[in-house]
Design a protein around this ligand. Structure first.
Ligand code: F6R
Length: 602
């Protein structure tokens, strides 16, 4: 989604802004722009398309010591150069970039901006015009900005420049992420520490509702009431090498390949050699005292939630529900007496999940965020956090975060189960099983050439496809289908194998690809029955089966691992199928159309 960078006090401003925007490309965007200022000139460059197009348009002449930049993921108005940020007030005094959605933009326009001809279709332009309007009434820049913030409803991270002052950046946020980075003789802002990690490792968080005045050598944070805020910096633990592609053609392939290492890292971070868990005792006590777990998540994280539900119910014997954040927030189900909430989110910034967490906090229920990003909004606002330790995930299609979420949930379920003295929790050695999973993943990863060929044979020409399975294989089918559809644009359904005959089997015709997961002896015979049903109707079937239940002509054989952990291995060929099918169709694997990595609007 939209990304913001900004800098004050650095003669290399243009290049730092462009590089920062390149690092934010992974979030997803469709237009971009920068504004650079110094005492002699003010220059704005915007474009529809990619940062490389912006770079070409900027050329080599644009210099200055203060600037702001933006990648836009269209919400109000299509992706055009005019709608791209930064936006300028009609009186040419102010320039603004914005991440988020202004909910009352129409009301603001009607109330304050009658007679002003707007250039763009964006909600952002309303804000910059509003600030200009208040400043024309005689308010200082800061006071005008503050007055605008007081009447704006919605989510935002703003960076504002007064063109007459090339020494000061004004910043504010509500719900949307924004960080201050502390440089040597300069300061920066960014939506994500990754964007500025080559400039500084020292960052400051901004809380919702605060206004920050930034110069080259000062950071003034204040609340809406004017009360000053002192805050210490934190060190961002991001390694530059982690965010480079290295020799890989795409981040997605790199991230698929990293999964065995992530499994080993999670084992090391959370389980000692003697089998003790490095998990906050208060977290486990709070979970033990609860009578039901509610997992709240979106997309791939929700799919990881489905697998985790089964793990929690098996190992910790606690009823577990899984809910989509976008549904849950506005349609609260009847909750149990002592609910415990787990927010699964790779980015820790997903607005749909955050709105649920805000509600849960208001209701006073305990919560845990499991995320890949330390210091992210969902992490800060939940009572507890567990990190995924997966390293930055850049490809829009989530891979290593999915498997890391299931692995961390397994650690947590086992720790809780042991605390509750549930026999099933003691029945296996997690370190050993995670090590087998890592090796099993490596086996799958080593079969890339086979999977490439299968993708070619089954998916090259098709417009639709199915993944099917029962029980946990059904949950993996949902994730496998999401992976394939979101990057290859093959319309794919992840379906409960036994449910097909109740209607959806009508879609099966000659050549329809149906990929079946068969990993569990208890359901294998039934799923094979469903495979025969679709084959009889012309489907082109590919079977992904665990060794223990495989048959001679199955196409992909998975190494056996602990039954609860099978999804960690079975999802890997599905990730690779999605990757190769997309390459074969000639699409950009890492940046699928219409999608954003960090979904910061509801
Ligand atoms: C799909 C994908 C998305 C995310 C979803 C939630 O590959 O990545 O479905 O899983 O947008 O994002 P997080 O996990 O950051 O809350």
């Amino acid at each position: 989604m939209c990304g913001i960078v900004g800098i004050v006090g650095n003669p290399n401003t243009t290049e730092i802004l462009l590089k920062g925007l390149e690092k934010l490309e992974y979030r997803g965007y469709d237009s971009a722009g920068i504004f650079v200022a110094d005492t002699n000139s003010n220059q704005l460059v915007k474009t529809k398309g990619r940062i490389k197009d912006l770079r070409e348009k900027v050329g080599t002449e644009l210099t200055g010591t203060l600037g702001i930049g933006h990648t836009r993921w269209a919400t109000h108005g299509p992706a055009t150069e005019i709608n791209a940020h930064p936006h300028t007030s009609t009186n040419q005094k102010f320039v603004l970039v914005h991440n988020g959605v202004i909910e009352n933009y129409q009301e603001l326009k009607d109330t304050y901006l009658a007679g002003i001809a707007l250039e763009s279709e964006t909600d952002t332009e309303i804000v910059v015009q509003l600030i200009a309007r208040f400043a024309e009434d005689g308010l200082s820049v800061k006071e005008a900005f503050k007055k605008a913030l007081a009447v704006i409803e919605g989510s935002y991270a703003f960076a504002l420049v007064d063109k007459a002052d090339s020494d000061t950046l004004y910043v504010a946020k509500n719900k949307s992420p924004l960080l201050i980075g502390l440089g040597a003789d300069f300061n920066v802002i960014c939506s994500d520490a990754m964007a500025m990690i080559d400039q500084t490792k020292q960052f400051l968080e901004i809380a919702d509702g605060e206004l920050v005045t930034l110069t080259a050598d000062s950071v003034g944070i204040e609340k809406a009431t004017g009360e000053k805020v002192e805050r210490s910096a934190f060190t961002a633990e991001i390694d530059l090498a982690d965010i480079e592609k290295g020799t890989y053609p795409f981040y997605m392939l790199k991230e698929i390949d990293e999964q065995p290492a992530v499994m080993r890292r999670i084992a090391k971070e959370y389980v000692t050699d003697s089998g003790e868990f490095a998990i906050d005792a208060n977290l486990l006590a709070t979970m033990q005292a609860s009578d039901r777990i509610y997992i709240v998540a979106c997309g791939t994280s929700a799919n990881a939630g489905w697998v985790s539900k089964q793990i929690f119910e098996s190992l910790a014997k606690v009823p577990t529900e899984i809910h989509l954040s976008s549904e849950f927030g506005y349609n609260l189900p009847l909750l149990s007496e002592k609910p415990f909430f787990i927010f699964l989110s790779q980015s820790g910034e997903t607005a749909d999940s955050r709105q649920v967490l805000v509600k849960i906090n208001e209701l006073g229920y305990p919560s845990l965020t499991i995320t890949n990003v330390a210091g992210s909004t969902l992490s800060r606002e939940a009572q507890y956090t567990l990190l995924l330790h997966a390293g930055p995930e850049i490809a829009v299609a989530s891979t290593k975060a999915y498997t890391a979420q299931i692995a961390v949930m397994t650690v947590l379920a086992k720790a809780l189960g042991e605390k509750k003295e549930i026999p099933e929790a003691f029945a296996f050695n997690l370190l050993h099983e995670l090590s087998l999973v890592a090796t099993g993943m490596e086996t799958m990863i080593s079969e890339k050439h086979l999977i490439d060929e299968l993708a070619q044979a089954y998916l090259k020409e098709t417009r639709n496809a199915f993944y099917i399975g029962r029980s946990v294989d059904y949950y993996v089918s949902m994730e496998a289908a999401l992976k394939l559809k979101e990057i290859s644009y093959v319309q794919t359904e992840g379906f409960a194998a036994g449910e097909l005959k109740h209607g959806t089997i009508a879609l099966i015709e000659e050549g329809t690809p149906v990929m079946a997961f068969i990993t569990d002896a208890a359901t294998a015979a039934h799923t094979r029955g469903n495979v025969r049903e679709v084959e009889s109707r012309g489907a082109n079937v590919l079977v992904i089966a665990s060794e223990s239940v495989s048959k001679a002509d199955d196409q992909i054989i998975l190494p056996n691992v602990h039954p609860l952990l099978t999804p960690l291995v079975s999802v890997v060929p599905a990730q690779l199928i999605a990757y190769y099918a997309t390459l074969q169709r000639g699409y950009d694997v890492d940046k699928p159309r219409n999608l954003a990595k960090s979904v910061t609007v509801e």
